[in-house]
Design a protein around this ligand. Structure first.
Ligand code: F6R
Length: 615
């Protein structure tokens, strides 16, 4: 979960790599560095801090000329964030320079062996071990850099996306991947290397996504060859035409990516069902599902694995699948599932949900399920991501790039895609009447407009945020379909404002958390009409009698909760199982405004990264 960027070609490399790092900062932002070969010498600069800090330091320190450069933005794994541990790292001779995203798990014995052979180390990183291992192999075996990288990687255990070059031969960059993403942009006599395609969108739309276990030597004026790392066999790379555009990855007038992404939700949800749902004709067409419908129909159960916000979307999906398709569903944290020897039947269907499509634990859970013979279906946002390629079939959310580290539109579009799947399955299994099917489709079709209406409460929510911004704790309560929304609301507040928050099923409150309630405690209660409305109203009474401050998320026109709560935020009425798509919106806005008022870095909260490619 670091970002790597490289360029080799005829343009000045520095601005390409620097801007690329700014776009990849969502992957990690505790330190950054760049190495440039200026035609005579290898220059570098690296620093603890963000890419803007690097920019200031670098431009004061070194010349930025040169047409080959590599850069890195870090999320620390081995070694604290400081200048020395920042990438790039160099081999002892100073000839080889490397950037690395991933973890070399057996770096300790390798380091010891290299020390015994006279190598010394400046940093605490596994990456510095790798670059010296490559140098050692290159010298010992008297081979070219590409071969040395290959031999060295075959001695490692772990995950990597790397780019390495030799200052004595600055016309090639060697790249390789295993478990961390790596895209190569192919231009005219130039190549771009990056953790995703965003750094090179304005230069080329042609990208090759290396598969796990592949490497390539990219050279100017030469065709690139892709090989398997373990047996040297040549691979015919697939050149993909990118659909993403620059506008999608810029802020477009919003103060933060998170706010932009919150506001993009009506369009993002529409894009998710566009071409898949013909509401007026009562048709859902999803190739990923329709081509494998027997697997779903015959599934003894559906297992859902995911992490974080995606796991919350999985919990909503559990309620939706069980309600509509009457199939048992189990939702698991991927990180727990993969390590607890789970019982997986070959008649299970496993759905893996991941915005980035790169989350290491989710990927490991997929591999485990595949080994057990289960059918694995992916719900990803990033096209061409590792998870989307590892699964047997899948459906993209089509939310567009999500750059704010706190997930927003990914969540609502994941729920949308999963609702479509549940509806299709219910229909194919004969669990839903034709008229109900039509009703659900028409309602889903109206959700983007209703989300837009929910967004009009923004100013009202900002005022509520001003009242509660200094709270030390906050409780979020919901029942049924909205219990996972309570979890998600609490997660949003925690991760961007650093206020402690907990989500709970409303009825569980009296089994413990009620002890926390006093006049200092804001309690956000999702109390939309239908479902367990009356029960939730009783829960609100219980909070009120203990002087808690109540913020109710209610259906438009609600009276009962309004009479009890300190504040209410209205959302339009919808079918109960679709309420999470609306109730989530005010919770996203509430946490956003609180974080802004507390002067927190909304898009890049401390200690986090967008794509968690470590276990
Ligand atoms: C929270 C958040 C994380 C991610 C989690 C899974 O706002 O963004 O909790 O949801 O790291 O990431 P993906 O969906 O990329 O697998």
């Amino acid at each position: 979960m670091c970002g790597i960027v490289g360029y080799i070609g005829h343009r000045k490399a520095y601005p390409i790599v620097l801007n690329g790092l700014k776009r990849l900062e969502y992957r990690g932002y505790d330190s950054a560095g760049i190495a440039i070969y200026d035609g005579k010498e290898l220059k570098f600069s690296k620093t603890k801090g963000k890419v803007v800090d690097l920019e200031k330091k670098l431009e004061a320190e070194i010349s930025t000329e040169g047409t080959i450069a590599i850069g890195h933005t870090r999320w620390a794994t081995h070694g604290v964030p400081n200048d020395i541990n920042s990438h790039p790292h160099f081999s002892n001779s100073g000839d080889l320079v490397i950037i690395h995203n991933g973890i070399i798990e057996n770096y300790e014995p390798l380091k010891q062996e290299l020390k015994n052979r006279g190598y010394s180390f400046q940093s605490d990183t596994d990456t510095e071990v790798l670059v010296n291992l490559i140098e050692d192999v290159k010298k010992k075996e008297k081979v070219k850099l590409g071969k040395a990288v290959q031999i060295a990687l075959n001695q490692t255990i772990g995950a990597y996306a790397i780019a390495v070059f030799d200052r004595k031969k600055p016309n090639e960059i060697v790249v390789a991947r295993l478990g961390s993403p790596l895209a190569i942009g192919v231009g005219e006599n130039e190549y771009f290397i990056a953790s995703d395609a965003s750094p090179f969108l304005e230069y080329t739309k042609n990208a090759i996504y290396l598969e796990d276990g592949e490497m390539a030597v990219v050279r100017t004026h030469k065709d690139m060859k892709v090989r398997k790392i373990h047996d040297d066999s040549l691979v015919d790379p697939y050149v993909q035409e990118l659909q993403m555009n620059l506008e999608q990855i810029e802020k477009g007038g919003y103060d933060h990516f998170m706010l932009k992404e919150i506001y993009e939700q009506p369009d993002a949800i529409r894009d998710t069902f566009r071409g898949r749902m013909l509401a007026d004709q009562g048709i859902i067409k999803m190739a990923g599902i329709d081509d494998h419908i027997d697997k779903f129909i015959n599934a003894k159960r559906i297992l859902i694995v995911a992490c974080g916000t995606s796991w919350h979307a999985g919990l909503v999906a559990e309620y939706v699948f069980e309600e509509l398709a009457r199939v048992p569903v189990e939702v698991e944290y991927a990180s727990e599932f993969r390590y607890r020897n789970p019982v997986i039947d070959k008649e299970d269907v496993l759905i893996a949900i991941s915005q980035s499509g790169e989350t290491a634990d989710t990927m490991a859970a997929i591999k485990l399920a595949k080994e057990s013979g289960a059918f694995v279906f992916g719900v990803c946002n990033v096209v061409g991501s590792s998870i989307s390629r590892e699964t047997h079939a899948g459906a993209y959310t089509h939310a567009g790039p999500e750059i704010g580290v706190a997930s927003t539109k990914a969540f609502t579009t994941q729920i949308t895609v999963l609702t479509l799947i549940a509806l299709q399955l219910a229909k194919k299994k004969g669990k839903i009447s034709t008229s109900d099917f039509y009703t659900y489709l028409r309602e889903l079709d109206s959700i983007p407009e209703k989300v837009a209406e929910a967004l009009t409460s923004n100013e009202h929510i900002e005022k509520i945020a001003a009242i509660y911004k200094d709270a030390k704790n906050c409780l979020y309560l919901g029942r049924g379909f909205n219990f996972p929304v309570a979890l998600e609301g609490a997660l949003k507040l925690k991760e961007i404002s650093y206020i402690h928050a907990e989500g709970y099923p409303a009825a569980e409150m009296k089994h413990g958390p009620i002890a926390l309630i006093d006049e200092q405690m804001p309690v956000v209660v999702i109390a939309t009409k239908k479902g367990h409305y009356e029960k939730v109203v009783s829960n609100i009474q219980e909070i009120k009698s203990r002087s808690g401050k109540i913020i109710g998320i209610v259906t438009k026109g609600d009276v009962d909760v309004k009479n009890l709560a300190d504040h209410v935020i209205e959302v339009p009425e919808t079918i109960e199982l679709m309420t999470p798509l609306l109730t989530t919106i005010p919770l996203q806005l509430l946490s956003y405004h609180i974080a802004v008022m507390l002067d927190k870095n909304v898009d890049q909260p401390r200690n986090l990264a967008k794509s968690v490619t470590v276990e």
